[in-house]
Design a protein around this ligand. Structure first.
Ligand code: MN
Length: 302
C-alpha cells in the first residue's frame, strides 16, 4: 500500500502562519470531498498580539469545518450567527450550492484569548444537490478511549460511534490523541479514499514514518481493510476519509466550484457586492472586507 506523501506548505491566514496540506498542487486536490486542510498553531500570543483576525470574506459550494484543539475563535456570518467555538467542538458552515447561493463570514481570536490550536478543513459540496446556506456549532461529539488512545468522531460513523455533524456526501473524520503513545488498528471502508494528517508528534503507518504536518493519502484501490498506526507519545492524527464527488472540484481563493466559469462568476459577484453573499456589519470591528483576486491567465481546471 503506497501512499502519496504531502508536506504542508506554510501560508499566512489572518496574521498567523498555518500549515496547508491540501490542495497540494498537482500531487493531490481532494480526499473524498475534503478539499482543503489547514492546521493553525499551536500558537501563544503576547499581550499586544490580537492573534488570528480574518476579515470579511465569502465562500461558495463548500462547508468550512473547524475543529478546535485549544483556545477560542469567534465566528460571525451573513446568516446572523455569532458563535464562539471552544476546544473539542466543531463549527460547520455551509455556503450552499449554485450561482445564486453563498455565505460570508469573519473569524477572529476573541479579545483576551492568548492561544490558538485548530484545524480548518473544507468539504466540497456535491453541486448536483440543491443545498441551502447554514451554520451549526457541535459542542458534543462521540469520544472514547481504547488502550492509551482517545478517539473522537468529528464527522461520520466509526465502529458504531456516529457524529451528529451534517453531511452531503459520505465522509469520515476521526481524531486520535495519544499523550502516552500507542498503537491503533484503523478499519477502512470500501469505496473511501483516506488521508492521515499528523497534527502533532510522529507516527509510523504500515512501516512508513510521518511527522507533524505531513499528510499520507491512500486511494480507494490501495486503502483496503485497515491501517496500522503507531503513535509516539504526544502524537495526534486525523484520519480523513470519503467517497469522491461525481464531478470535478476546482478552488480559487475562498471559492469552490466544478468549473472555472463558476469561480469567475463568484469573484465578479463578491467584488460587485452581490446579495447572494448576504451582509455583516463590520463597522468599528477593525476587520476589513477582503477583495477577491482575479483568476490568473493560465488557471487550469485539472
Ligand atoms: Mn472562511
Amino acid at each position: 500500500m503506497n501512499p502519496i506523501r504531502i508536506q504542508a506548505a506554510v501560508k499566512d491566514v489572518g496574521g498567523i502562519p498555518v500549515a496547508r496540506s491540501l490542495p497540494a498542487g498537482s500531487k493531490r486536490r481532494t480526499i473524498g470531498a475534503w478539499c482543503f486542510l489547514d492546521h493553525a498553531g499551536p500558537a501563544q500570543f503576547g499581550a499586544e498580539d490580537h492573534g488570528m483576525q480574518v476579515g470579511l470574506h465569502p465562500h461558495t459550494n463548500l462547508q468550512t469545518f473547524t475543529w478546535m484543539l485549544q483556545g477560542e475563535m469567534l465566528h460571525q456570518d451573513s446568516l446572523g450567527n455569532r458563535q464562539t467555538i471552544r476546544a473539542k467542538q466543531v463549527n460547520l458552515m455551509t455556503a450552499g450550492t449554485g450561482a445564486a447561493r453563498g455565505i460570508s463570514h469573519t473569524e477572529q481570536t476573541p479579545e483576551g484569548v492568548k492561544e490558538l490550536h485548530a484545524v480548518q478543513l473544507w468539504i466540497a459540496l456535491p453541486m448536483d444537490q440543491d443545498i441551502e446556506a447554514a451554520f451549526e456549532n457541535y459542542p458534543t461529539l462521540p469520544v472514547w478511549t481504547e488502550g492509551s488512545i482517545e478517539y473522537t468522531v468529528v464527522t461520520g460513523t466509526y465502529q458504531g460511534h456516529s457524529a451528529p455533524t451534517k453531511q452531503y456526501s459520505p465522509l469520515l473524520g476521526l481524531y486520535l490523541d495519544a499523550p502516552a503513545g500507542g498503537t491503533a488498528q484503523l478499519s477502512l471502508q470500501a469505496g473511501f479514499e483516506y488521508g492521515v494528517l499528523v497534527v502533532g508528534g510522529s507516527v509510523q503507518i504500515d512501516g512508513q514514518t510521518a511527522a507533524q504536518d505531513e499528510l499520507l493519502v491512500f486511494d480507494a484501490q490501495t486503502a483496503a481493510g485497515s491501517l496500522n498506526i503507531e503513535l509516539a507519545s504526544g502524537s495526534r492524527v486525523f484520519l480523513l476519509g470519503g467517497e469522491p464527488l461525481p464531478h470535478p472540484t476546482v478552488i480559487w481563493w475562498n471559492f469552490v466550484d466544478q468549473s472555472k466559469e463558476g469561480l469567475m462568476q463568484s469573484v465578479a459577484d463578491w467584488n460587485a457586492g452581490h446579495p447572494r453573499f448576504g451582509h455583516i456589519d463590520i463597522e468599528g470591528s477593525g476587520l476589513k472586507r477582503l477583495p477577491a483576486p482575479a483568476l490568473p491567465e493560465g488557471f487550469k481546471e485539472s
